[in-house]
Structure formats: structure tokens, C-alpha cells
Write a protein that binds this ligand. Sequence first.
Ligand code: ZN
Length: 147
Amino acid sequence: MPLISTQGHRVSVSDACEICGTSIRYVHYLDNEEHLSNVAVGCICAGHLENNIEAAKDREKTLQNKARRRVSWMRRTWKISRQENEYLKVDGYIIVVFPRLNGWSGVVTKDDFKRFLDRNYATCEEAKAALFDLFWAARENEKEPPI
Ligand SMILES: [Zn+2]
């Protein structure tokens, strides 16, 4: 029964691996149709369950990198566009945050790619944080080989 890693995210330090109980910093979700559906485990157990330590370690590295990038993202100084919106240029992407209705929205663009935040956020900071996820997902998709 192969276990397929789906995604991972950072968890609080009090979270524990569902297999061994060790406290974990990043959770790896493994999907299995039979019984271990969407089990949340740490890097080591993920590697054992998948029978692929290297894949688990690579994923752990990606999660660490993402967490680091998220911190620096929030510390960046955003520039002001001619339309007087705050924007960033990162890895060829242009990220713009702007007021919309009673809140904040934003957009990530690169060449033909253009994706807006799917909802409004109460504060500019929240919109910027959501834009990081949008930017990161776009960057991850870019790395996938075309089907
Ligand atoms: Zn474990």
C-alpha cells in the first residue's frame, strides 16, 4: 500500500507525529485510501512510510525554505506604484496589494500568469500574507514539468 505525500505545512511546536508521537515542526500529510487516510507525521516517519527518506527530506527542506521566505516576505519594504499601490518584484513576479471595497485584495502576475486573491482581507498585512501563499503556489506550479 503506497503512501503518497500530498502537502505539508508548518505546525506549532506542540504538534506531534501521529505515528511515533515525537513533536514535530513541519507536518507531512500522507494519503492512503485504505486506513491511514491523511495521516499527519514528521519527516522521519514520512520517509519510512513512503519508503523514501530522500523524498521526505526534500519536502522538509522545501517547508523550511517556505517558512523562511514567508518571514522575509513580511519584512520586505514594498514599493509604491504609479497607481499608488504597494508592490513587490520577486523572482520575476509582480505582487500588488490594493484596497478593495472595505478591505484589501491583491494580485500576482508574471508574463501571462495573473491570479487575484479570491477574497478581501481586513488589513493590508493579511492581504500581503495571503499573497505570499499565492506567489509560492505559482512558483511551485512553475517547477512542475508540463503534462
Ligand atoms: Zn514520527
